[in-house]
Design a protein around this ligand. Sequence first.
Ligand code: C2E
Ligand code: MG
Ligand code: MG
Length: 252
Amino acid sequence: LRRAIELKELELYYQPIVHTDSGNLVAVEALLRWNNPAMGMVMPDRFIPLAEETGLIIPIGEWVLEEACKTAVEWKDITGRNIGVSVNVSPRQFRDPHFTDAVMQALGNSGLAAEQLELEITERLILDNSIETAEILRLLDREGIRLSVDDFGTGYSALSYLKSYPFDTLKIDKSFVQDVMKEPEDASLVRAIINMAHSLGLRVIAEGVEDESQTHFLKAEGCDFSQGYFYSRPLPATEFEEWLKTNQRVQI
Ligand code: C2E
Ligand code: MG
Ligand code: MG
């Protein structure tokens, strides 16, 4: 893993995030893969924890930011339209003193507008409740970068952070979305999260949408955006470009 960057073994896959009502593409989430000659493709759940422990997540995270911003600009050049990009940020990265500089550098080097970049943060990060966390979130917000809470509903029960931190978006965890048609409790939770988010002025993305019936439910409940295998699996950049061409539903 230490040599993965120089050996060019890291690769970003991209998964569309669409408007729930229209199915139009609005953004992509960048998801990291490690192509190791001996182990084959290693999924992030297997190596991100190790990268966090060892601190390797800092250079890896910087590579992800640079690569994701650069690719989003290339797609803008191809399609003539803005495609936002979401990048996952883990707690250790976020606490690195150089983090905000690295974000601004990735924007500067690529020419991507700050509004087109969304950083996904899990509730785990907010748990520490430190002054620095709040300051960094505010700084990023002032720069125009969007901020979302990933895996919402799985980590933290004190909701007060939603009013004190400048988040734009909640991503409802796939564990709730998956059983929305089977478990009335999950349907109630998803409905409640959407209503709560909207009354706080936040937008909502449903993660893990796998079949059509879920899209009907999410439309009826006014969920802004959706992401999941129903629309597309995460794809390597070149395959995503094919997806862009065959799904002429890119929104301006
Ligand atoms: P996440 O940010 O919550 O990403 C969503 C995960 O759900 C992805 O798994 C995606 O492939 C998967 N997914 C998408 N649609 C569906 C669906 O319809 N059904 C199901 N069952 N799964 C779906 P992936 O790519 O394995 O990533 C796992 C986690 O690893 C991510 O969860 C994120 O927390 C972390 N991760 C990925 N890339 C990065 C990165 O560049 N940096 C950091 N720090 N973490 C990353
Ligand atoms: Mg994410
Ligand atoms: Mg998630």
